[in-house]
Design a protein around this ligand. Structure first.
Ligand SMILES: [Zn+2]
Length: 341
């Protein structure tokens, strides 16, 4: 009996495999249900009592040897496979796709807006997001305690109330006018802040692009023509545009610009609240007092300014219903914009 067991042990230890089938064969023979070792174990009851202990011990050793060998065979087979792949790579396999990211839709829209205005001579200016009262409010005709400031409530530092997070990128325009002689044609894109509750339509952090054009003899006709051009380039040549009178402290006269609804084409739907129109930007002729504040003579120069929210333009362009999606970093949302450049 003992000789028999030794022979089986030698067989187990000397086993070699070169395919998955060989491995399965080994498993069936020594590990799986109804394997040969289990059958030997069952024979123990036929032995005289004094031989049983030694026999049982040998069977257990056999079992351990089989389990150990099985792990070794799996590892050997894996190693063989890897080596084979290195020596003979399968050239017919499809290439592994590069894990490239995409451009965030806000970035894509910002770039598109900039490209459109660059073609008519605008450059890009940037400025600080932490602003002082003068550049964000006072120079732009927001007198202290004026209700217009309430429209743009932001984040202040209690101990230094002169410092705030900018509520618009108009503050950059002030800096440009202070430091540059007209003609000025500039766009100021960037992040802005307002003290707003976060919802599907509002956020305390968002992005704007503002534009400023100052030269001799700039009129409201120039404003309209520039913004008509922008709307058609951005949303398509068939888009309709209208201006509505509005109020901003830093422009006079002021107007909001609507475009015909992109969803229903003007017949009325939920997005346009059944009016057929959606607002895309605010604009107006720069108030002479603002020019004066920034060291530009309003008798000699005039100009227009406009501003739009990049989130709003992006939502209209791609039919996005919730502003919060832009900052949630959900790749399922972001992947939909992978083709944008
Ligand atoms: Zn509509």
């Amino acid at each position: 009996m003992a000789v028999n067991l030794q022979a089986i042990k030698d067989e187990i230890l000397g086993y070699t495999v070169s395919t998955e089938e060989d491995l399965e064969q080994f498993r069936r023979q020594y590990i799986g249900r109804n394997n040969m070792i289990a059958a030997l174990f069952a024979e123990m009851k036929n032995l005289p009592a004094e031989e049983r202990k030694a026999y049982g011990q040998q069977i257990n050793e056999l079992k351990d040897a089989a389990t150990e060998k099985f792990s070794a065979l799996i590892a050997q087979l894996e190693a063989n496979g890897q080596q084979q792949q290195e020596e003979h790579p399968d050239l017919t396999l499809p290439p592994r796709p590069d894990a490239l990211g995409g451009i965030h839709p806000i970035t894509a829209t910002r770039r598109q807006i900039i490209r459109i205005f660059e073609r008519v001579g605008f450059n890009v200016s940037e400025g600080p997001e932490i602003e002082d009262d003068w550049h964000n409010f006072s120079a732009l005709n927001f007198p202290e305690n004026h209700p217009a400031r309430e429209m743009q409530d932001t984040f202040f530092i209690e101990k230094k109330p002169d410092i705030a997070l900018r509520t618009h990128t108009s503050s950059v325009q002030v800096r440009v006018m202070e430091g540059q002689k007209p003609p000025i044609r500039t766009l100021s894109p960037g992040r802005v802040y307002r003290n707003e509750a976060i919802s599907a339509r509002a956020h305390c952090v968002f992005h704007q692009v503002e534009g400023l054009f100052i030269d001799k003899g700039v009129s409201f006709a120039d404003l309209k023509q520039t913004l008509y051009y922008f709307a058609k380039e951005m949303f398509g040549q068939n888009i309709k545009v209208r201006f509505r009178p509005s109020y901003f402290p830093f422009t006079e006269p002021s107007a909001e610009m609507d475009i015909s609804c992109l969803i229903c084409g003007g017949t009325g739907c939920n997005v346009c609240k059944h009016s057929g129109w959606v607002e895309i930007l605010g604009s107006g002729m720069v108030d002479p007092a603002v020019l004066q504040n920034c060291g530009i003579d309003p008798e000699e120069y005039s100009g227009f300014a406009f501003g739009m929210g990049i989130e709003r333009i992006t939502m209209l362009k791609y039919g996005i219903k919730d502003l919060r999606l832009f900052t949630e970093n959900d790749v399922r949302f972001l992947r939909q914009f992978r083709s944008l450049i």
